[in-house]
Design a protein around this ligand. Structure first.
Ligand SMILES: Cc1cc2nc3c(=O)[nH]c(=O)nc-3n(C[C@H](O)[C@H](O)[C@H](O)COP(=O)(O)OP(=O)(O)OC[C@H]3O[C@@H](n4cnc5c(N)ncnc54)[C@H](O)[C@@H]3O)c2cc1C
Length: 474
């Protein structure tokens, strides 16, 4: 067989970025979408590795598909993009993924499909899978193609209730609709999409891209009930009486605290309050500009911290600093987001731990006392130990402190009525088919895994849908 060596001669390219000084003036996307030539050219680099290799199969090689939580058949649609056959590429791309154009934008591909791409280890780098995925789907939509939501199949009499409209709920609804099963989705917020809508900022994923999927699902029969908080046992009892199954996809909504002195002062916010507030302003729901002209300190080093600093810059903050207790190399989030934040003028205080919030007589934030830290090797341990350096206190003057330290699960009181078991972190316990301790209730996404990723939530939603379909069609 002739081996494809195009990856050696065609340079890996990634989507172009808007100039940093321009992009901080609005919440529009940071990256441009590939054009046809770029997408076709990059597709030529694919080696067409076999798609029948699945996660869990032992192999000395890794393939894009084994790195993808949805096990997408990536080489099949890349081949069609290469041939200019967008219709076929769209079919393959949407067959296993419930919203590929969204995941192409938000997935950390460098640690998933692209991290597992066969040519990642070569000097030339991986195929730019995510960017090709976004291109082909957007191109298909321009051509008038619509995703499959069971529009053409006969509807069954079966009905499923989905609680939560984030990626887990969206994905479950997609595959149930495709099987002709009726779906009622209950969402406490005023807009659907979960953290895709109110967490991840518009400059990473545009909200009309999310709402477009909901419009198609509603046209195909999804009953979406917004502003509907499922909070008590009576609601759950009604659901168990009126639906064949329930899928619980509530996310992990509890922000972690830093446990600092004066942490409840005016001007200390949890990251989600700031991100939701900012997104509501982008939607023009007219909220006051709380960050404008303020000195901001964001505590944390993950992706939500990067979203907070980059949002603060766009909200016309006077200065934006990120305080992270380890070094730059240890940051848990995506490297590309740190680079974007630096380009946009964010100042990083690495090896710095917060100690105490300084307040004025009105209990407003005036500053943050910090301490310097160092990382030391410990014999037999991979992760270095963090030491606080004695007498290294210093003050960062600021008006606003944003805590971006991760999220925990919340145990809803109705879990007992529903006979759903939870683990020690408050996560819902499910089996490999996403079934809870109640046979008719399923769960997935962050409410099961703790704070994780959109793509793992999507994989859970699909798995739960397949189990429900199998239960209801026997
Ligand atoms: C700031 C931030 C940035 C992120 N960036 C990325 C990224 O770039 N890439 C990535 O892959 N992942 C990212 N993530 C993680 C990703 O967004 C989540 O893992 C994913 O959204 C989880 O999906 P989910 O459906 O389980 O929950 P969620 O998206 O949290 O959705 C849960 C939904 O349930 C609703 N709900 C909750 N309680 C009730 C109730 N009682 N009644 C009715 N509805 C209810 C909520 O309003 C929400 O809409 C980010 C997360 C955050 C916080």
């Amino acid at each position: 067989m002739k081996q494809n060596k195009a990856y050696l001669t065609i340079k890996k390219t990634t989507p172009k970025k808007r100039d940093a000084q321009k992009r901080i003036t609005d919440f529009n996307p940071t990256y441009y979408i590939f054009n046809k030539d770029e997408a076709q050219n990059q597709s030529l680099r694919c080696l067409k590795c076999p798609v029948d290799v699945l996660k869990g199969m032992t192999s000395e090689f890794s393939f894009c598909r084994t790195g993808c939580p949805l096990e997408n058949k990536i080489p099949l649609w890349i081949e069609q993009v290469k041939n200019g056959n967008i219709k076929e590429a769209f079919k393959y791309s949407n067959e296993t993924s419930p919203f590929p154009e969204i995941l192409g934008m938000v997935c950390p591909q460098d640690v998933l499909c692209q991290g597992a791409c066969t040519i990642t280890q070569t000097e030339t780098g991986s195929v730019t899978i995510g960017a090709i995925e976004v291109y082909l789907n957007e191109q298909a939509f321009k051509m008038g193609l619509i995703p499959d939501y069971g529009q053409k199949i006969e509807k069954t009499t079966k009905k499923v209730a989905i609680i939560g409209s984030g990626p887990a709920g969206m994905s479950c609804a997609t595959f149930l609709l495709r099987a002709g099963i009726g779906v009622d989705m209950f969402e406490k917020s005023d807009r659907p999409g979960g953290l895709l809508t109110y967490g991840i900022p518009n400059f990473k994923i545009q909200k009309d891209v999310i709402l477009r999927r909901f419009n198609w699902m509603q046209e195909a029969g999804l009953n979406l009930h917004l502003n509907t908080d499922i909070s008590n046992s009576k609601q759950i009892k009604n659901m168990l009486d009126n639906y064949d199954a329930i899928f619980v996809a509530l996310g992990a909504p509890k922000s972690k605290n830093a446990n600092l002195k004066n942490e409840d002062a005016h001007g200390v916010y949890h990251v989600m309050d700031i991100l939701k507030h900012a997104q509501k302003r982008v939607f023009q729901d007219f909220y006051e500009a709380i960050l404008e002209d303020k000195n901001i300190v964001v505590i944390g080093g993950g992706d939500s911290a990067m979203d907070a600093v980059r949002t603060s810059v766009r909200m016309n903050a006077k200065s934006v600093r990120c305080v992270y207790r380890r070094d730059e190399h240890s940051m848990p989030g995506s490297r590309k987001e740190v680079i974007n934040a630096k380009e946009e003028g964010v100042i990083f205080e690495f090896n710095t731990a917060p100690k105490e919030v300084i307040v004025n007589e009105k209990y407003n934030v005036k500053g943050l006392i910090c301490q310097k830290t160092e990382l030391v090797e410990v014999k037999g341990q991979k992760r270095k130990k963090l030491n606080v350096i004695q007498d290294s206190d210093f003050v960062l003057e600021c008006d606003i402190i944003i805590l971006a330290l991760g999220f925990d699960n919340f145990i809803f009181p109705w879990y007992d009525t529903a006979e759903i078991n939870t683990g020690k972190w408050g996560e819902i316990i499910v089996d490999e088919n996403k079934r809870t301790s109640n046979r008719r209730i399923f769960a997935g996404g962050d409410s099961v895994r703790g704070a994780d990723l959109a793509v793992t939530a999507a994989a859970d939603g699909r798995k739960a849908a397949y189990t429900i379909i199998s239960d209801l069609t026997q």
